[in-house]
Every structure is written in structure tokens, then in C-alpha cells.
Design a protein around this ligand. Structure first.
Ligand code: SF4
Length: 438
């Protein structure tokens, strides 16, 4: 077998998990490119000799997916198909030492805040002047925009603070500079992400400062949509909604994981909020920003969850009529507080309850979508596929929300451009539309 060089010929970056990992991979790739290290993302060709796997360690399924990917490349290394395998991200942060013993083919393990060391290992320099720069892996017209790292909350089921550490806000000026760079490169939609978006600024400015950040980002020329993900309910900075309401380029959209509708379950989850307070908050948000679309995420089968608590949660979903809803089955994560509770809801029951929530939401989503038939709206065109343009309204985030399908035969639209369309048909999680002739 031909001896291989030490310097990477090409680095293949594999990203697993959430949009925050996507962001981190994009930062890594920009740094590598700036050091003239060839790089690709999710490459499947054979022309790379080094692999960096950016892993997820959130819940059981995600951990297994990361381990399978590592084992896949460990095998490729044994077969001489790649020379070096490096692992970074949340799973590595959480289980690095244990996994190191089990998978010796991995050349090194890095944590979630180890970029300079990883770059050094890849024969690249960490360039401060590049802070905020990214090699986008999303279509150029939208970008995930991480405004802070880590989380100070104590939700009993969550291992994220163990992997991502304490909350650290990115300075406002740095974020505005990054937004300008992205806009200059053609990005039109910023999708704001964090572990806890609403905590922004508390560490740096001694106050919640999401409202000021939104106003500054909204002033960046070329940014047409700003979208908010991962808001935390208690202590919600209502003043941020006023900025959302007054600024046309801030989507009337809010993703706010609420985790459960039953007060007793919320208490055991250590969420610091009750069902009543959640309902009041959602009512206030809808009053403050008329027409806002609210997305939430819930957990089925938390320890001790009774049939009555589950039913209470279902009645709450019926009342709340969220625009978008996602659901996970509870995953028993060691080193979290909930791990001290018995994981006593059988897996089948967890799945049944998750299914019941999604089925209920499917009906709500269908009704809400039906009401949009005949209306005209502005959409952002993401791609053309299967005879349709796939687009989104301001109420839809990429990959998780509804698609607007526009027949390509109905007229030419440009990917990455906005278009006016009229809704012609609706299903649970999809709309059909035709372009409105200008
Ligand atoms: S706010 Fe989110 S990331 Fe933070 S502990 Fe709670 S669930 Fe985890």
C-alpha cells in the first residue's frame, strides 16, 4: 500500500445533529480553506484522506447515529481508504475518554470548544480575523446564525449543558459584522439559533438584549428575513416582540420548545413554568404580534408521566393550536437530574403518546393550512425538485416546517429569490401554490 503524506490532501467534514453543529462545521471549513487545506462537506467520493466527524450526543438515537458513523470510518481506515479519522462535537465532548478506549482507529477526539487544537492537528492555523466567517453548507440564500454557545438552564432531562458548557453570548458587533458578510455573499435569511435564544446578552451586557440584536440585524442591508429559533418560555423578553412587530424583515415566527403541557410534568422537568403561565405567555405573544406562527417541541414519556398527565397535555395541545409542533420520546440521559428518576414509561407507551400528539397536531395543521387556500403570500424559493419549486412562507423554517410546492410548469422562478404566490391547495404539512403574475 502506498505510504500516505501527513498533510491532509482533503478533509471531509461530516456533520451530525442540530443546526448548531452545522454552524460549527461551517466555521471549521472556512478556517481550513483560509489555510489552503482542501475541504468538502458530507463527501462520499474517495479523494479525501482525512475525515472529521462532528458528532451529536443529545439523545439515544442521535448518539447511536454518531457512533455508527465513527465505526463506519474506523472500518474505512482499517481498509486504507482514509488515513486519519478525527471526532469532535457533543458526543466526543461527553464520552471522548470512554470511546477512545473502544475505537482505537480514531486518531484524536476534540470537545465542543476545541477548534484551535483541531485546526492545529489538521495543519491549519486558527485565524482570529476570520471569526464569524463560514463556508455555508446550506443553500446560499439562508444561513443558520448562532448567537451564543452553551446554556445556564437546569432542565432535568437535558444533557446539553454537560456538552456545550455555560451560556456565552457572541458580542453584538461581531454578530452584525458576520451578518453583513453573509448578506454581501448573497444570504437573505438569517435563522437565529442558540441553546437558549432568549438568554442573549445576560452574561455580556447584564440584561436580556435580544431586542437590540434584532434591531441591529434588521438594519443590515440585504437581509430580508430574520427567524427566531430555540426561545425559552420563562423570563421571555417581550420587548423583542415589539421589534419583531415593527420590522418587516423579522419573520412573524417563533420557535419555542415547551416540552410538555402538564404542570406536574413541567415541575419534574425543572422548566420553571406552569401550564397556566405557558398559556398566558402564548396568548400575550399572539396578541403582541398578530398572525405570528408558533412552533414548539414536546417530549413524550418523561419519568412518572401518567395517562392523566398525557391526556392533560393532549387537551392543552388542542387549546393552544400551535402552527408547528415536533415531538421526541424521552431519552434517559446519564448525569442529568432526570436520570435519578425511574425511566418507568415503557418505550411502546412513549411511542404511542408521541404518535397521539403528532396525530392531534396533524389535524390542527390541516385546518390551519386549509384556511390559507385562496390567499396570496410571499415565499422564498429553496430548490426545484420533482417538477416543483419547493418554497417557504415566513411561517416555515427549512427542513422542519411546511413546504410550499409550486409546479415548475406554472412559470420560471429563481432559486434563492422571493416570489408572490396564490395558495391553491393544502395538506397537513404542505401547501400548493401558483405564481401570481406581476
Ligand atoms: S434550555 Fe434547552 S439546552 Fe438548556 S437545559 Fe433546557 S432544554 Fe437543555
Amino acid at each position: 500500500m502506498k505510504a500516505r503524506t501527513l498533510k491532509p490532501t482533503k478533509v471531509n467534514v461530516i456533520t451530525l445533529g442540530c443546526s448548531k453543529n452545522t454552524f460549527d462545521s461551517e466555521v471549521l471549513m472556512a478556517q481550513l480553506k483560509a489555510s489552503d487545506v482542501a475541504v468538502e462537506h458530507q463527501g462520499t467520493g474517495g479523494d479525501h484522506n482525512v475525515v472529521v466527524i462532528n458528532t451529536c450526543g443529545f439523545i439515544e438515537n442521535a448518539k447511536q447515529e454518531s457512533i455508527d458513523m465513527i465505526l463506519n470510518y474506523a472500518k474505512a481506515k482499517d481498509q486504507g481508504l482514509v488515513e486519519k479519522v478525527y471526532v469532535t462535537g457533543c458526543l466526543s465532548q461527553r464520552y471522548g475518554p470512554e470511546l477512545q478506549a473502544e475505537i482505537p482507529q480514531v486518531d484524536a477526539w476534540f470537545g465542543t470548544r476545541d477548534l484551535p487544537r483541531l485546526l492545529k492537528t489538521l495543519k491549519a492555523d486558527y485565524k482570529h480575523e476570520l471569526v464569524g466567517e463560514r463556508l455555508l453548507t446550506t443553500p446560499a440564500h439562508y444561513a443558520y446564525f448562532k448567537i451564543s454557545e452553551g446554556c445556564d438552564r437546569k432542565c432535568s432531562f437535558c444533557a446539553i449543558p454537560l456538552m456545550r458548557g455555560k451560556h456565552v453570548s457572541t458580542p453584538l458587533d461581531q454578530l452584525v459584522q458576520s451578518a453583513r458578510q453573509l448578506a454581501a455573499n448573497g444570504t437573505r435569511e438569517l435563522i437565529l439559533i442558540a441553546q437558549d435564544l432568549t438568554y442573549y446578552g445576560l452574561d455580556l451586557y447584564g440584561k436580556r438584549n435580544l431586542n437590540e440584536l434584532l434591531a441591529r440585524l434588521s438594519d443590515v442591508e440585504g437581509i430580508d428575513w430574520i427567524r427566531l429559533h430555540y426561545a425559552f418560555p420563562s423570563g421571555f423578553p417581550m420587548e423583542a416582540l415589539d421589534v419583531m412587530k415593527e420590522r418587516a424583515n423579522i419573520c412573524k415566527y417563533l420557535d419555542m420548545p415547551l416540552q410538555h403541557g402538564s404542570s406536574s410534568v413541567l415541575k419534574r422537568m425543572r422548566r420553571g413554568i406552569t401550564q397556566e403561565k405557558t398559556e398566558r405567555l402564548v396568548d400575550d405573544i399572539r396578541e403582541r404580534v398578530p398572525g405570528i406562527a408558533i412552533r414548539t417541541t414536546l417530549i413524550a414519556g418523561f419519568p412518572g408521566e401518567t395517562e392523566a398527565e398525557h391526556e392533560d397535555g393532549l387537551r392543552w395541545i388542542e387549546r393552544m393550536r400551535f402552527d408547528r409542533l415536533g415531538c421526541f420520546t424521552y431519552s434517559h440521559e446519564e448525569d442529568t437530574h432526570a436520570f435519578t428518576l425511574p425511566d418507568d414509561v415503557p418505550f411502546e407507551v412513549k411511542q404511542e403518546r408521541a404518535h397521539a400528539m403528532m396525530e392531534l397536531q396533524g389535524g390542527i395543521s390541516f385546518e390551519l393550512n386549509q384556511a390559507k387556500v385562496g390567499r396570496t403570500c410571499r415565499v422564498l424559493v429553496d430548490k426545484a425538485e420533482g417538477g416543483f419549486y419547493h418554497a417557504r412562507t415566513e411561517h416555515d423554517s427549512p427542513e422542519v416546517d411546511n413546504d410550499v410546492l409550486i409546479p415548475t410548469a406554472a412559470g420560471h422562478l429563481r432559486i434563492g429569490d422571493f416570489a408572490e404566490v396564490r395558495i391553491t391547495a393544502a395538506r397537513e404539512h404542505e401547501l400548493e401554490a401558483v405564481p401570481v403574475q406581476g
